[in-house]
Design a protein around this ligand. Structure first.
Ligand code: G6Q
Length: 559
C-alpha cells in the first residue's frame, strides 16, 4: 500500500484550490497587458521585481506579472502545502511515494555537525565518510601516487555512466574546466552506441587510463555493456586480470554486482537509495568532478548547493529564489499555456547546462497522474531547452522574438569572465541585456515605419514584444556558484511538482522501452529467423534489420 505523506494528502485538487481559481480570473484580466505598459506605470519596476539572495541577482521584472499575480501565486504555494512539503523533504520523509523513498540530495551537502535522519538514522556521518574516501582517492590520482598496473601514473579518467550517472558529471566537468587539472584528460562514455566508446578511447593508452564505472544499480544495460568493453580493452593491452583493480573503480549502491564485476570493493564509492540519479552529481557520482577540480573546489561546490538549500528552506516565499522561479514556471505553463522554457546561459563553460537541466526538469515533472494516481486535468512540466548565448541568437532566437509561441526565457550571466580578453565580456553581456530588453519591449510598427521602412515590410520588421524572461546574474562562474545554480533549479522543480501534486522523484516513464528492448535483443541476435509476435510495424523493422545488418560488417571486411 502506498502511504501518501500527511501534508500532501490533505491538499485539495489543484483546480479546486481558491488561489487557482483566482489566478484564472486574474489571468483573464492581465493576459493582454503589455510589459511596455507595466514598465510605464511603475518607473521602478526593474528594481521592484528584483533582489539578490545567496550571491545571485534575480531580475524577474520582465515577467507578465503584477503584485497581485505574485500574491496569488504565493497563496497558491500556501494552499498547495509547499512549506509542509519542504519540511517533509528536509525531514527525510518518504516523499517519493511510488518508490517509497526519502528524497535527500540536500543531505549530500549538509555540514558535518548537522543531522538528517532516514528511518531514525542520521545519514550525515555516512555522507562525510564517503566524501573523505573520495578526497583521499582524488588526491592520490591527482598527485600521481595512484599507479596503474604497469606502474605509470593515471593521466586519463573516463566516467562510464548514463542518465543521472553521466549528465551531471559531464556538465560539471565542462562548467568547471577552468579549475581542472589540465595535465589530465577527462572523458565520458554513456551511449551503448560503440562509437561513443571507440572515439573516447582511440588515442589513449590503457596503462594510463582509469575507468570510473558509475551506476547506482550496477545493472544498467548501457553502462554495464560499456564497462565490460572497457575491461576487455584494458585487458587486451595490459594482459592481466589483476590490472582491473588498478584501472577500475565503481560508484554504486550495489556492492554484490561491483564485486562480481571484479572491482575491488575498497575502491567502491557508496551512495544511497535516497539520492535520485538526476540529483546525484554532488554524491560519489561526482568522483570524476572531484578528481578534475580537486577536493577543495568540490567542497566549495557543495557549499554553494548548501547555501541555496538553506535559502530555499528558510527564506520567506516572497523572497525565495527557487519558489518564485517555480511559481513563474507554473504561471506560464498553466495560465498562458506556454509549452517550453528556454535556458540561455551566456557563459561558454555552461554549454552542457541546458542538457543537464533537461533531465532534471523533465524526468522529474513530466507526469500524467498525481501522487494518488489520479489523471491530472492540467499540464505538468514544461519542456526545457536551450544553448549558450550568443550562439543561439544566430539560430533559434527568431522563434523567441517573432514566432507564434510564447517562450519564457532564463538568461544567466556573470559580471566577470574567467578568461578576460579585450572587450569580449562586455560584448557578451550587452547581448544578455539587449535580448531581454528586445523580448520584453519589442518594436512597434510606428517605430519601424519611423525608420523609413516601406509599408509592405513593416509587419515583417515589427517585434510584438511582451515576451517574458528572468535574468540571473552572479559574480563569476565558480564551483560555489555552480552549486547554487543547480540547487536553484532543483528546488524550482520541487516547487512546481508540489503545485501539480505529482511525484517529482520517480521515472516510471523510462521503463517500458527498456523492457521491450530486452525482448528484442535476442530476436536481433538469433541465428535462425525468430517467430516475431510484435505489431506489424515492429516485426517488419526487425526483419529488415536482420536482413541488412550484415552489410556493414561485410563492407568493412571487403574494404
Ligand atoms: C535519474 C534516472 C536515470 C538513471 C540512469 C542510470 O534520475 O534514475 O537517469 O540515473 O538510468 O542509472 P544507474 O545509475 O542505475 O546506472
Amino acid at each position: 500500500m502506498i502511504t501518501i505523506p500527511r501534508p500532501q494528502a490533505e491538499i485539495i485538487p489543484l483546480c479546486e484550490r481558491a488561489a487557482w481559481k483566482a489566478l484564472r480570473q486574474h489571468h483573464a484580466k492581465i493576459q493582454n497587458v503589455h510589459l511596455r505598459q507595466l514598465f510605464a506605470e511603475d518607473l521602478r519596476r526593474g528594481e521592484h521585481f528584483a533582489f539578490e539572495a545567496v550571491g545571485l541577482y534575480f531580475d524577474y521584472s520582465k515577467n507578465r506579472i503584477t503584485d497581485e499575480t505574485i500574491s496569488l501565486l504565493l497563496e497558491l504555494a500556501n494552499q498547495s502545502g509547499l512549506r509542509e512539503r519542504i519540511d517533509a523533504m528536509f525531514g527525510g520523509e518518504k516523499i517519493n511515494v511510488t518508490e517509497k523513498r526519502a528524497v535527500l540530495h540536500v543531505a549530500l551537502r549538509t555540514m558535518k555537525d548537522e543531522s538528517i535522519k532516514v528511518d531514525g538514522t542520521n545519514v550525515v556521518p555516512e555522507v562525510h565518510d564517503v566524501l573523505d574516501q573520495m578526497t583521499a582517492f582524488a588526491n592520490h590520482v591527482r598527485s600521481g601516487q595512484w599507479k596503474g598496473h604497469t606502474g605509470k601514473r593515471v593521466r586519463n579518467v573516463i566516467n562510464i555512466g548514463i542518465g543521472g550517472s553521466d549528465l551531471g558529471p559531464v556538465m560539471a566537468y565542462e562548467a568547471l574546466k577552468y579549475y581542472s587539472q589540465r595535465d589530465m584528460t577527462f572523458r565520458f562514455i554513456s551511449n551503448v552506441d560503440s562509437t561513443d566508446f571507440v572515439e573516447a578511447t582511440r588515442d589513449l593508452s590503457a596503462d594510463e587510463t582509469l575507468f570510473i564505472v558509475s551506476s547506482k544499480t550496477f545493472t544498467t544495460l548501457e553502462t554495464m555493456t560499456n564497462a565490460r568493453t572497457a575491461r576487455e580493452w584494458a585487458l587486451q593491452a595490459l594482459g592481466d586480470e589483476k590490472a582491473v583493480a588498478r584501472h577500475f573503480v565503481a560508484v554504486s549502491t550495489n556492492t554484490a554486482e561491483v564485486k562480481k564485476f571484479g572491482i575491488d570493493t575498497a575502491n567502491m564509492f557508496q551512495f544511497w537509495d535516497w539520492v535520485g540519479g538526476r540529483y546525484s552529481m554532488d554524491s560519489a557520482i561526482g568522483l570524476s568532478t572531484m578528481i578534475a577540480i580537486g577536493p577543495d573546489q568540490f567542497r566549495a561546490m557543495l557549499a554553494g548547493f548548501h547555501a541555496m538549500d538553506e535559502h530555499f528552506r528558510t527564506a520567506t516565499f516572497d523572497r525565495n529564489l527557487p519558489v518564485l522561479m517555480g511559481l513563474l514556471a507554473v504561471w506560464y505553463n498553466n495560465f498562458f499555456e506556454s509549452q517550453t522554457i528556454a535556458v540561455l546561459p551566456y557563459e561558454q563553460y555552461l554549454k552542457r547546462f541546458p542538457a543537464y537541466l533537461q533531465q532534471l526538469t523533465m524526468e522529474s515533472n513530466e507526469k500524467h497522474v498525481t501522487l494518488d494516481g489520479t489523471r491530472v486535468e492540467y499540464q505538468t512540466g514544461p519542456i526545457f531547452w536551450g544553448e549558450p548565448g550568443t550562439n543561439g541568437q544566430h539560430s533559434f532566437y527568431q522563434l523567441i522574438h517573432q514566432g507564434t509561441k510564447l517562450i519564457p526565457c532564463d538568461f544567466i550571466g556573470f559580471f566577470q569572465t574567467l578568461n578576460p580578453l579585450g572587450d569580449h565580456h562586455d560584448l557578451l553581456m550587452s547581448n544578455v541585456f539587449a535580448q531581454a530588453e528586445a523580448l520584453a519591449f519589442g518594436k512597434t510598427p510606428e517605430e519601424v515605419r519611423a525608420e523609413g521602412t516601406p509599408d509592405w515590410l513593416v509587419p515583417h520588421r515589427t517585434f510584438e514584444g511582451n515576451r517574458p524572461s528572468n535574468v540571473i546574474l552572479a559574480e563569476r562562474l565558480t564551483p560555489e556558484t555552480l552549486g547554487k545554480l543547480v540547487a536553484l533549479y532543483e528546488h524550482s522543480v520541487f516547487t512546481q511538482g508540489t503545485i501539480w501534486q505529482i511525484d517529482s522523484f520517480d521515472q516510471w516513464g523510462v521503463e517500458l522501452g527498456k523492457v521491450l528492448a530486452q525482448r528484442i535483443i535476442p530476436e536481433l541476435e538469433a541465428a535462425e529467423d525468430p517467430s516475431l509476435k510484435h505489431d506489424s510495424s515492429t516485426n517488419a523493422l526487425i526483419r529488415r534489420y536482420r536482413k541488412l545488418k550484415g552489410g556493414a560488417a561485410r563492407m568493412k571486411k571487403n574494404g
